[in-house]
Design a protein around this ligand. Structure first.
Ligand SMILES: [Cu+2]
Length: 76
């Protein structure tokens, strides 16, 4: 389970579109299933269904409106 918060710039609305995913750039594949995302209020989101089916470097992809944020983690 993953919890995250979106903090809009002052005067901006909360994002209407949020897509979460992860892939392994070196192997050119993603996860076998897309995780679910649920807004829990106040700009916070709860996401479930993350299944990293092999060890190595995974990159989280956070698509917030037209902006993409990434974060790399090594999963053993
Ligand atoms: Cu892989």
């Amino acid at each position: 389970m993953l919890e995250l918060a979106a903090c809009p710039k002052a005067g901006s609305a909360l994002p209407g579109r949020l897509k979460l995913d992860a892939h392994m750039p070196e192997h050119r594949h993603g996860m076998n299933y897309l995780p679910s995302v649920k807004a829990v209020g106040g700009g916070r989101y709860r996401s479930e269904g993350w299944l990293f089916h092999m060890p190595g470097r995974w990159e989280f992809l956070f698509d917030v409106e037209a902006e993409r944020l990434t974060h790399s983690v090594r999963i053993e």
